[in-house]
Design a protein around this ligand. Sequence first.
Ligand SMILES: Cc1cc2nc3c(=O)[nH]c(=O)nc-3n(C[C@H](O)[C@H](O)[C@H](O)COP(=O)(O)OP(=O)(O)OC[C@H]3O[C@@H](n4cnc5c(N)ncnc54)[C@H](O)[C@@H]3O)c2cc1C
Ligand code: SF4
Ligand code: SF4
Length: 382
Amino acid sequence: MKSQNGKVMVVGGGIAGLTAAWELSRQNVSVELVEKSCFLGGHSIGFTCKATEKCQQCGACSVEEMLANVVNEPLINVHLRTEVKDLQKSDGFRATLAKSDTGPGPDEIIKGFSKNNDPLWVAGSNVSKLPSGAVKIDEMGSDTELEVDAVIVATGFAPFDPTLKGTYGYGEWKNVITGLELEQILRENRKILRPSDGKPPEKIAFIQCVGSRDKRLGNLWCSQVCCAYAMRMASVIKHDNPDTDITMFYIDIQNTGKEFPVFYQNIKSWLKFVRAIPVDIYPLENDRLKLMQLAEGQDEPSMEEFDMVVLAVGITPGPDTGKMAELFNLAVNEDGFLDSNSASANGIFVAGTAAGPGSIIDTMAGAGKTAYEAMKFLGVTK
Ligand SMILES: Cc1cc2nc3c(=O)[nH]c(=O)nc-3n(C[C@H](O)[C@H](O)[C@H](O)COP(=O)(O)OP(=O)(O)OC[C@H]3O[C@@H](n4cnc5c(N)ncnc54)[C@H](O)[C@@H]3O)c2cc1C
Ligand code: SF4
Ligand code: SF4
C-alpha cells in the first residue's frame, strides 16, 4: 500500500529501524521495512529488564513496546530474511530485494526473543515436527522490486569481538564472558550463574572499554553504553545476592545523562572501582581466574583472583557497513561508521548505531529525528 504521503524503505529492523518506521507511519507515510535476519528487534530485543527495587532505565521495555507498535501497523510492510541487492535512481528509487542467507541450519529450529516476533519460530528445511506457529526457512524472504521515495539505512552495529584481545582468554577460559553473554545468562535463569558450574559467582570482575578507547586496535571512540550497562548488571547481581564482591576495572566513566551522577554516587558505596586496565588473565583450579593489572599510581603489577570476569565489549561498525556505503553511496567516517549526512540531500538517510554508538533511548530519539528529516524531504512536514 502507498499512502498519499509517499513511501520510505527502512533497511534494518533494530530499535532504530522500528522507531523510524513507526514515526513515519504516524504521519501517514507507508514503510517497507527490510530486515536481514528472521526476526525484528536487533540486538536490544534480547535484553532483559534490570529493575532492582526500582527501574534502572535500561530501555529494554521500550524496544518491546515499539516492536508491538510496528507489527500492528498496517502502513508498515515487513520483509524478514531479506536484503537490498540493488538500488537505482528513478523518479524516486527502485530497490531490488532478495532473500538473505541467514537463518537456522537444515536441522535447526530458532526462536525469536519476543512474543511480538511473528513468526516466533523458524525451522530449517529438514525439520519435520514444527512447533505451533513455526515457519519453514524456505518460506521466508522477499524476491521483489520496490518503488520508494526515500531510504533510511539502520543496519546497526557489531559487538566488539573479544578474541582480538588475546590475553584475556575469551573462548579459552569458561568463566570469561562478555556483557552480551551476561545478558543471556540473566534472561535464561533470572539470576547470574557461572558458566562452568551453574553456581552463583562470589567474586566478579568487570573489565571496561574492551574494544573501545583502544589505540592499539585503532578503536579510539567511546562506545557510550558499556559503563551504564555494566553498572546496571552489577546492581542486579548485588540486589539478588548482596554478599557478591564486585570490582570494576576502568579507564574513565562515561556520564550517560542527568540521572547518572546520583546513580554513580550510590553505586560507589558497594562497587569497587579500580582505575586500571588488566593486562592478562590466567586460569586457576576450579575454573577460577587470576587477573594481572597495573593500577594507576602502582609501579608493580598486582594479581587478584575472581570466580568470573565480564568483558564490557563495546560497539563497533556493523558487518554490512561497507556494503551499505557502496549500495547507497554513503561516506564512512574515520571510525568506520556510516556518515549520517553524506547522502541526505539525495533522499538517503542513516539512523541509529549504523552511524555510531548510542543507547536505546538515544537511538530512538535520533531515529525519530531521522524520520522527521525524511518527511521534510518528502514534503510531508516543513
Ligand atoms: C553488550 C551490550 C549491552 C548493551 N546494553 C544496553 C542497555 O542496557 N541499554 C541501552 O540503552 N543500550 C544498550 N546497548 C546498546 C544497544 O544495543 C543499542 O543502542 C541498540 O541495539 C541500537 O539499535 P540499532 O537499531 O541501531 O542496531 P541493532 O540493534 O544492531 O539493529 C540493527 C538491525 O539491522 C539488521 N541488519 C543488519 N544488516 C542488515 C542488512 N544488510 N539488511 C537488512 N537488515 C540488516 C540487523 O539484523 C538488526 O536487526 C548495549 C550494547 C551492547 C553491545
Ligand atoms: S527501563 Fe529497563 S529496568 Fe526499567 S522497567 Fe523497563 S526494562 Fe525494566
Ligand atoms: S562507555 Fe565506559 S566502558 Fe564503554 S567505552 Fe566509554 S568509557 Fe569505556
